[in-house]
Write a protein that binds this ligand. Structure first.
Ligand SMILES: NC(=O)c1ccc[n+]([C@@H]2O[C@H](COP(=O)([O-])OP(=O)(O)OC[C@H]3O[C@@H](n4cnc5c(N)ncnc54)[C@H](OP(=O)(O)O)[C@@H]3O)[C@@H](O)[C@H]2O)c1
Length: 430
């Protein structure tokens, strides 16, 4: 065995403390698998006095996280601070510039600066590893970059945010509305005090930008991700979805089309029998379709100290073993320049719910507009009739395109008997 791999950890919160604990508790098995011991030698956080439930005895403490990059007793830097800018970015850049491998769980940093950091790491000849940045404990980065490396990937689809999946699952199971379930999720610690990154889809979009880069062998392009969250999903739409045989999930989807790659995060209706439909509560899952492998489906815990530390330590073991893997799956010069396709070009089926005053001729007006835009219907649902009162009407379209449905909805919204903006949810066939 060679000498130990000496690790400096910046950030001792949920994930950082989890990594310290995992490296200590599983030290023997990790050393055997890595071929050498992996030891934490230095740490950094804001509050030196805080009890983190793990022993920091004998470790160098740095008030300035960036100083870890220059610590002569640190071979590899682990960034677990978070945020796309500030100390996390400064530390990542400093570690790479110092020729030290960097391990991070920071999806925001990678989504926004992953391309530049990947270039810098390649130039410096150091590893940039980020298994923990997407879907926590699920080894999806390794799966795409290594296990499926022989395949052309046509689609990656995932439930990438446990908070949203918990909220949508609870809304369905308990027939409760979004705001009510969100408040409970915050009280239980499943949602942040400011939940917008999760529920507006931004966190899932950060992760999807990373997955799309690996799946399609191109640079990370966060700006190309179409992002919608779950705020507008109602208990009513969830119950109609159930009735029609679907579940509503916040999905991140990267898909190859004839004109480029679609990269989108939005609520989607998936058939109940689909693999992703059965992923409930805080669980995450990712499905990948490859030309030789077929469908691969991975499910597990997407967050929490244990699962996330498990992914960070897997990266450290790779580095200790001396594995050399291109950051984005291929050398920078060989990354593809596949264009991203705007959401306006999306082709698919749609769920459309209207609240209308039940009076003669309304449905005829709606279907005439759909016909004008070349949209045909697969099914329709209306429950009960309350003449002159508001009733929901649900329409499920055959495959059409986003531009056509948006134009039709704009016209439908102007019909006097249509009472509120129509609800529109894309249908994902699997
Ligand atoms: N939590 C999860 O389940 C999970 C899952 C996957 C990925 N991640 C990612 O992992 C990273 C860490 O998440 P977390 O949940 O562990 O966050 P956290 O619990 O909020 O911990 C953040 C840590 O960073 C430290 N910190 C903040 N500013 C600092 C600075 N300027 N210099 C040095 N240390 C600083 C904090 O110090 P103090 O403790 O002294 O305040 C704290 O220890 C994020 O990028 C997150 O997106 C988290």
């Amino acid at each position: 065995m060679t000498g130990p791999l000496r690790v400096g950890i910046a950030g001792l919160g949920t994930v950082g403390a989890g990594v310290v604990r995992l490296l200590a508790e599983n030290a023997a098995v990790i050393a055997a698998r890595a071929g050498r011991a992996i030891e934490v030698t230095a740490v950094s956080a804001r509050d030196r006095t805080r009890d983190r439930g793990v022993s920091l005895a004998g470790l160098h403490w740095h008030d300035d996280a960036v100083a870890l990059a220059a610590d002569p007793d640190v071979d590899v830097v682990v960034e677990l601070i978070g945020g796309s800018e500030g100390p996390a970015k400064a530390l990542a850049e400093a570690a790479i510039a110092a020729g030290k491998p960097l391990v991070t769980a920071n999806k925001a940093l990678l989504a926004v600066h992953g391309s530049a950091l990947g270039d810098a790491a390649e130039e410096a000849g150091v590893a940039l590893a980020f298994e923990a940045a997407v879907a926590g404990g699920i080894p999806i980065i390794k799966a795409l970059r290594e296990g499926l490396a022989g395949n052309r990937i046509s689609r990656v689809a995932g439930i990438l945010n446990g908070t949203c999946n918990y909220i949508l699952t609870t809304m369905r199971e308990e027939k409760r509305d979004f705001a009510d379930v969100l408040a409970d999720a915050q009280a239980l610690g499943y949602a942040e005090a400011d939940p917008s990154f999760d529920i507006d889809g931004v966190d899932a979009a950060h992760k999807l930008a990373i997955l799309a880069a690996l799946a399609f062998g191109r640079q990370v392009d966060f700006a190309a991700v179409h992002v919608e969250g779950i705020r507008r999903i109602s208990a009513l739409d969830i119950s109609f979805a159930e009735e029609l045989g679907y579940r509503i999930k916040l999905l991140g989807i990267a898909r190859e089309t004839a004109s480029g790659v679609e990269v989108r995060v939005h609520p989607a209706m998936v058939p109940k029998a689909a693999l992703l439909a059965s992923v409930e509560g805080v669980y995450n899952a990712v499905l990948a379709e490859g030309d030789f492998v077929g469908t691969v489906f991975l499910q597990g815990r997407g967050a929490g100290a244990g699962p996330t530390a498990s992914a960070v330590v897997a990266d450290l073991i790779d580095i200790a073993r001396g594995s050399k893997i291109p950051v984005w799956g291929a050398a920078r010069a060989l990354l593809a320049v596949t264009p991203s396709v705007p959401i306006a070009a999306h082709q698919g089926a749609y769920f459309l719910r209207l609240m209308v005053v039940d009076e003669p001729g309304v449905l005829a007006d709606v279907t005439a507009i759909l016909r004008d835009h070349g949209i045909s219907l697969e099914s329709m649902l209306q429950h009960g009739r309350k003449p002159r009162e508001a009733v929901p009407i649900v329409l499920v379209t055959h495959e059409t395109n986003e531009a056509a449905i948006n134009e039709a909805i704009a016209r439908i919204g102007k019909i006097a008997a249509v009472l509120e903006a129509p609800a529109l949810i894309r249908i994902e066939p699997s």
